[in-house]
Design a protein around this ligand. Structure first.
Ligand code: SER
Length: 318
């Protein structure tokens, strides 16, 4: 990985991955793209940036021809809750966009990364210590696009030799860019409301457990997977990865250690709760550890301490 094009780079993962890769590879070797431009955003001002709608295959190809990347990191997608509100468009963006990105990767011989998700599992999946290889059959449209994406990436690898790689990411917690339209977003929102209001109204039931990972571990995992020797990757699309698994009640307890007056109340949103119920409680990441050395540094309490400190530095709650 020497020269990278990122789609969806103004999103939660894209914005931080872009900043990291500009430092890691040199700013000239990263091209950030997104469907919109935010004039003052560091992703748009601190390096190469182009507007790209991934459904516009001609423009996508033109940008690749001009920039000549060796790696494509494809992050443009709808997340689970938004996808459930507009399933037709979710299928179009998440699948047609992926298909276009894979065709371009095949034509220009690009290494390819796309995130899959814990959403690629479903009601019949074993909930605890969910194995790498198991029943998937997701019920949300987002999950359906993710499992289809895993299969499509395997197809392009075995049929055309495209170097496709993917992670089944859990909920990602970060302090830079807010997530948009996911089921796990509560685990980020809770920090902002804890600091600014002392109260968080949670849309997920207090005892629903889901996998999560802090952003520094997520960036580390993506880069490590992209740099792993190809011949080591037996489960390339896609690896289970998780750093922690907790319920809203457990994260609230961890926040209370720093903010004793913080309160959480529950107003469950049936759409997002249904999605959460269909996902695993905790997934097993051993395969990623064994094939390319995945490891995560942050567990719940370390992540909470760091999130609160970083958000206070940003002036949240002051
Ligand atoms: N964070 C994502 C979501 O909630 C899971 O992949 O949609």
């Amino acid at each position: 990985m020497n020269r990278v094009l990122i789609t969806g780079s103004l999103g939660q993962i894209g914005s931080e991955l872009c900043t990291f890769l500009r430092q890691y590879l040199g700013s000239d070797n990263v091209l950030a793209t997104d469907i919109r431009k935010i004039e003052s955003h560091p992703v748009c001002t601190n390096g190469n940036f182009k507007i790209l709608d991934v459904l516009d295959g001609d423009n996508f190809e033109k940008i690749v021809e001009e920039f000549k990347p060796d790696t494509l990191i494809h992050l443009a997608a709808l997340l689970s809750a938004t996808a459930e509100k507009n399933p037709q468009f979710a299928w179009k963006l998440n699948i047609d966009g992926l298909f276009t990105a894979l065709e371009i990767s095949k034509k220009y011989n690009l290494k390819f990364f796309i995130p899959s998700s814990i959403a690629a599992f479903g009601d019949n999946t074993p909930k605890i210590d969910t194995p790498q290889d198991t029943i998937q059959r997701p019920s949300s449209m987002y999950g359906i696009t993710k499992v289809s994406g895993e299969l499509l990436c395997d197809y392009y690898h075995t049929k055309y030799g495209v170097d496709t790689r993917s992670l089944r990411l859990p909920g990602i917690i970060s302090y830079d860019t807010l997530p948009g339209g996911g089921t796990t977003d509560y685990a980020v929102e809770i920090f902002y409301d804890a600091l600014s209001k002392g109260l968080y109204k949670c849309y997920i039931d207090e005892n629903s457990s889901m996998d999560m990972m802090y952003m520094p571990d997520t960036i580390k995992a993506i880069v490590q997977l992209l740099e792993a020797p190809s011949e080591n990757l037996k489960h390339r699309n896609a690896y289970n990865v998780s750093a922690m698994s907790f319920t809203p009640k457990q994260i609230a307890q961890s926040i209370k250690k720093h903010l004793p007056n913080f309160e959480i109340v529950y107003e469950v949103d049936p759409i997002r709760q249904n999605i959460a119920n269909s996902w695993p409680d905790s997934i097993n990441s051993d395969c990623a550890k064994n094939e390319w050395g995945f490891s995560a540094d942050y567990k719940l309490d370390e992540m909470v301490e760091d999130m609160l400190a970083k958000l206070k530095e940003k002036g949240i709650g002051c």
